[in-house]
Design a protein around this ligand. Sequence first.
Ligand code: ZN
Length: 237
Amino acid sequence: MPENSLNLAGFNEDAAENILENRRRFLKLFPGQWALAGCWQVHGDAVRVVKNLIDAKPAEDEHGDTVYCDAIVSDAAGVLAGVKTADCVPILIGDPKTGAFAAVHAGWRGTVAEVATKALSRMVNEYKTKPGDIVVAIGPAAGVCCYEVGSEVMDAFGERFAPGANLFKPTRTDHACVDLIKANRAQITAVGVHEEKIYSAPLCTMCHTDLFFSYRREKSVYGKVGRLMSVIGRKRV
Ligand SMILES: [Zn+2]
């Protein structure tokens, strides 16, 4: 249940004061001062560039996530780019050479829309990032063990990925489990990121509702779901 644990988003499913207090506790984990930059996530492919701390910082009494987008890109020290998930894939991208970074939210729609590579190409354009320098962390998400989709989703992937991409594990008629993490890894490596520099969390959110929030597992049971937050940033010096 979102109200019993460290829910970090989902303002229509938990009280705003709970979420904001949880965010304050969460930010305390990171030494120093940070401004959290988020998105009002819409399962799209829009990328928000956060140029500086003023750009990032929402008023303390507002929800903050007022920009409709699914990826945040920045190179500003003190900015913490964050995405919220509960089964979707959180992707954190860091460029140790230029100091640029990105946080990306990719569910199946975002994956089909190639939101991760769009965030990456924004890093290339804005900050001269070279894909070969990049390190990627993929957080806990619904795995191919559990994340079943129907034929319309399979068709959408079929249009975007090569037939040999091997992203599905058949379940029943017109249904299969899709490997969103593999799909995102494939997209990211296709634009020049080295496979060995992409680290994926091995835990499925749907298998581990004791550790994570899972929209698929919990929404129908409790009527509401909390959100995890994945963040990346550069320390102020
Ligand atoms: Zn699973």
